[in-house]
Design a protein around this ligand. Structure first.
Ligand SMILES: [Zn+2]
Length: 253
């Protein structure tokens, strides 16, 4: 991980992007009220994460906190002008109650630079029913969403949730959390957001197809051919801080 300095301007831009992403998730009905949380890992290993209990309809960059990779309080050295522990002021905000899930995913995946957690109704419905998202029906699933894990229930806000998700971290990009919601990771915030929106779109289509008599699968060999189009994660080359919003999942766009 690079140890080069991160400017206050860069941090402010990422905090704004996190808030914008949360408002977008709310506007699209992928979470309600204060549900959900998002984070971005910075090049120095620390992270920016949304605060707990903030209405995602009106969240702003002032509701984003900076923490160490293990979730500990970040003590700013004053060099960048960023106030201690928070991005936009010493507000007394607490980080998301799911911060340890974010920490676990960053610890397990050196290529992951962003984590998005929401409660999208259709995909969470699959998680709640214990149903996997099939990879042989819609091209976006093997190409954009990637492998989807069915994670056993772990009580939200406790260590049970990171403990449940950790065994699946190495080989999945999207995690259906039983009786809870969905978490998506990516090499950028756009990557993670795209996966969150795409898995929910796929879940909605699959439910409609089921109502109409059942989905027909792709031609034989097509899912594997599509999966080969998917950009491979590279554990050795995390996305630099200067390009946190560049998507690598635009093959089908
Ligand atoms: Zn949740």
């Amino acid at each position: 991980m690079s140890s080069r300095g991160i400017t206050a301007r860069e941090i402010a831009g990422i905090a704004e992007a996190l808030a914008t992403s949360c408002r977008r998730l709310h506007a699209r009905g992928l979470l309600a009220g204060a549900e959900g949380n998002c984070s971005v890992r910075l090049a120095d290993g620390s992270m920016l994460i949304t605060a707990s209990g903030i209405d995602k309809a009106t969240i702003g960059p002032q509701h984003v906190l900076r923490r160490h990779a293990d979730g500990g309080e970040y003590h700013n050295d004053g060099a960048s002008g960023v106030p201690r522990d928070t991005v936009a002021g010493d507000s007394g905000l607490r980080p998301s109650s799911e911060m340890q899930m974010h920490c676990a995913l960053y610890a397990e995946r050196s290529d992951v630079m962003a984590v998005v957690h929401a409660h999208p109704p259709a995909a969470t419905g699959f998680a709640t029913a214990g149903r996997a998202i099939p990879a042989d029906v819609l091209p976006e699933v093997p190409v954009v969403v990637g492998p989807v894990a069915l994670v056993p229930y772990g009580r939200p806000g406790t260590s049970a949730l990171p403990d449940a998700i950790r065994p699946f971290a190495a080989h999945h990009e999207v995690f259906l959390l039983a009786n809870h919601g969905v978490t998506a990771v990516g090499r950028s915030l756009v990557d993670a957001m795209t996966r969150m929106e795409s898995v929910e779109q796929a879940a909605r289509i699959l439910v409609v197809a089921e109502l109409l008599g059942g989905a027909r699968v792709l031609p034989e060999g097509e899912p594997a051919a599509l999966a080969a189009l998917r950009p491979l994660p590279s554990a050795a080359s995390p996305v630099p801080i200067s390009a946190p919003l560049v998507s690598s999942t635009d093959v089908l766009s």
